[in-house]
Write a protein that binds this ligand. Sequence first.
Ligand code: HEC
Length: 215
Amino acid sequence: MKKLTVLSMIAAALLLTACGDSSTGAEAKAATETKTEAPMKCGEGKCGDAMKTEAAAKCGGDTKSAGTEAKEAASKAVEKATEAVKETASEAKAAVTEKATAAVDAVKEKASAAVDSVKSAASAATAAVVSAVNLDDGKALYAKCAGCHGADGKTKAMGKSAAVAGQSAADLETKLHGYKAGTLNAHGMGMLMKGQVASMSDEDIKAVAAYMAGL
Ligand code: HEC
């Protein structure tokens, strides 16, 4: 738009200059002609009118050609300006598209990161709940064992077994499975222990072993 304005101003200036010059020249010429051709008529006021008409006609003629030039220049300027605007618009469009794409990508990334963190938080919460439930289950299951093994797990059951406290969950689990299967009989009381764990599921054994390991 700036280009167009400047060009229009130049065209207007050219037009004015052309008309001014020709008008001055025409007036001068008309004045000369009037003086030489009809010196007597000037006093009647007709001379002034004739001069004016002639000058106006000449100026008009010049103005016409100057106007055409200006028109051409203006249409060229409009063409150039249109091209420039088109170019700028397409550049702007490309820039906007680029930025929009980048913004969408950033949002996508952040969203997926948020989803990931929610997922991991959810799975952590699930794990915490599961382990809490397991420990609670283990504590409830141990209630019937505490009479012989002690609430703190340090009593030698019937003066024979080792203390369950201080043993690893994995070791305790293996021993309980041994009693349940009837394959473990460390102190001759394996059958008694078999009766204790016979009705326990694998999950129960895992839970009570985990609880004893924590004593
Ligand atoms: C009536 C008493 C009694 C009760 C109740 C009892 N136990 Fe025992 N427990 C024993 C005796 C006795 C042994 C030794 C068995 C042997 O000869 O191997 C033993 C052994 C064990 C051992 C092996 C310890 C080791 O390392 O030598 C574990 C583990 C155990 N009991 C867990 C339990 C659990 C769990 C319960 C409850 C579900 C339980 N016991 C209930 C008496 C009992």
